[in-house]
Design a protein around this ligand. Structure first.
Ligand code: FAD
Length: 415
């Protein structure tokens, strides 16, 4: 064997898995198809303070702090949420990826840039990788005991495993515009289905005259660049800004059922390990990478990299991360059934004092579903019911029954 483990893709999921396994004393190869780690950037770089801590990186990668959100509703109203404390950080995503890859190298992993996995074959004894290096036509063969696919939403490892891609995805575009934002510590979220069908648009201030911007849709035929033009055209404060940088991207919002097979595991976007309500994937990638690495280390130690190890990763991941994502996906599906008027009425509930207080105290971008359990306090429910238009009552009751039935009956196999 050339290496114990090959990790394909030096994004956060890949670098964290590589670091953990190398630190346990195994020979790890980290393959990255680009010339440098972290480029091009396909991400708006909004993370929780908890995620920064999990990276082990310094504050130098932080560009701004975010205290809340201004939500633009379907009927063109605005609602301010939060604002009381730092809920999120805006980071330099390229610096984060570089830092994580450096940590993997310091732990002993070998980073191979300009190295693209073209295909792979698994056998009972190991995995043979076919890797294209730089502009060379010939493929290099590398033999490893285990392969970890951290190679994003179009994963070559997932293809080699025959598991396919995420069943649901968002076509998105993100970038930067010149814009003096109206609030230096508030993101803007555009929940406007005519502009962003099935998803939303956003701006994130950097605290300078530049803001990040993005938009997505769950309708696969949509051109997200056109959606961005529409968003900027229809909001006066965005209309005069110029676009400085844009990058398209795909956000997988349904975890794959088969995230592991004998001698192969998927992690991060490659496994669809992304929050289905917001599209945030950095926190879940890092958490999932640690679980994946722990299972891999134990399996390497025991020399048992077959179905048992694959099943353990699936179970451990579902227990610690998957359930929250599964519930997030249910929530997304339920909210998608609302008409624009119903969405407006629901969003207006966030202006109620009792709901604002729960949001301020419990709002957590890493665990959006948890917030809903906190909203089921008698005082909040009573206030919400009083404020809710009568004709929304049966609709809400129906959604809650659906939610309860699915959450209590379903053994999530995902997808
Ligand atoms: C527009 C947009 C905005 C987003 N904003 C946020 C945000 O604000 N906050 C947040 O938490 N998440 C955000 N996300 C999601 C987040 O970017 C991803 O969930 C996260 O990057 C997943 O990390 P990863 O390591 O799994 O994959 P990636 O970061 O995609 O890394 C995969 C790596 O694999 C490499 N690779 C791919 N194929 C091969 C191959 N065959 N051989 C070798 N290398 C290969 C790639 O070059 C890449 O470096 C956003 C996504 C998009 C599209």
């Amino acid at each position: 064997m050339d290496f114990d483990v090959a990790v394909v893709g030096a994004g956060p999921a890949g670098s964290v898995s590589a670091k953990e396994i190398a630190a346990a004393g195994y020979k790890v190869l980290l393959l990255e198809e680009h010339d440098v780690v972290g480029q091009p950037v396909h991400c708006s770089g909004l993370i929780s303070p908890r995620t920064l801590e999990a990276t082990g990186l310094d504050n130098d990668i932080v560009l701004n702090s975010i205290k809340g959100a201004v939500v633009y509703t379907p009927m063109g109203n605005t609602i301010t949420v939060g604002g009381n404390r730092t809920h999120a950080l805006v980071i330099d995503r390229a610096l984060m990826d570089e830092g994580l890859a450096r940590k993997a190298q310091e732990a002993g992993a070998v980073l191979a840039l300009r190295s693209r996995l073209a295909s792979m074959q698994r056998s009972d004894d190991g995995v043979r990788l076919h890797v294209q290096r730089g502009s060379e036509k010939a493929e290099q063969k590398i033999d490893v005991r285990l392969v970890i696919g951290a190679d994003g939403s179009h994963s070559a490892v997932a293809k080699g495993m025959g598991t396919g891609q995420s069943e649901e995805s968002i076509v998105a575009v993100g970038g930067e515009i010149s814009m003096q934002s109206q609030h230096d510590d508030m993101v803007e979220v555009y929940v406007q289905p005519d502009l962003a069908p099935g998803w939303f648009g956003w701006t994130i201030p950097l605290g300078t005259d530049v803001s990040r911007i993005g938009i997505g849709s769950d309708e696969q035929g949509r051109n997200p660049r056109r959606l961005l033009e529409g968003l900027m055209e229809s909001h006066e404060h965005l209309r005069d800004s110029s676009v400085l940088r844009l990058q398209g991207g795909v956000i997988p919002v349904a975890p794959l059922r088969q995230i592991a097979e004998p001698r192969a595991m998927l992690v991060g976007d490659a496994a669809g390990q992304v929050k289905p309500t917001s599209g945030g994937g950095i926190h879940t990638s890092i958490l999932s990478a640690k679980i994946c690495a722990d299972v891999a280390i134990e399996a390497l130690e025991r020399g048992a990299l077959g179905e048992e190890a694959a099943a353990r990763y699936r179970t451990e991941w579902m227990r610690t991360v998957g359930l929250e994502l599964y519930r997030g996906r249910l929530l997304r599906h339920m909210l998608a059934q609302l008409t624009p008027v119903e969405t407006e009425q629901l969003l207006q509930l966030f202006t109620l004092k009792e709901v604002c207080e729960v949001m301020a105290a419990q709002g957590d971008i890493d665990f959006p579903v948890h917030l809903f359990s906190h909203l089921f306090r008698p005082a909040v429910v009573f206030r919400v019911l009083r404020a809710l238009p009568l004709r929304l009552w049966p609709r809400l009751a129906w959604l809650l029954v659906q939610w309860y039935r699915k959450v209590s009956n379903h053994q999530p196999g995902l997808q």
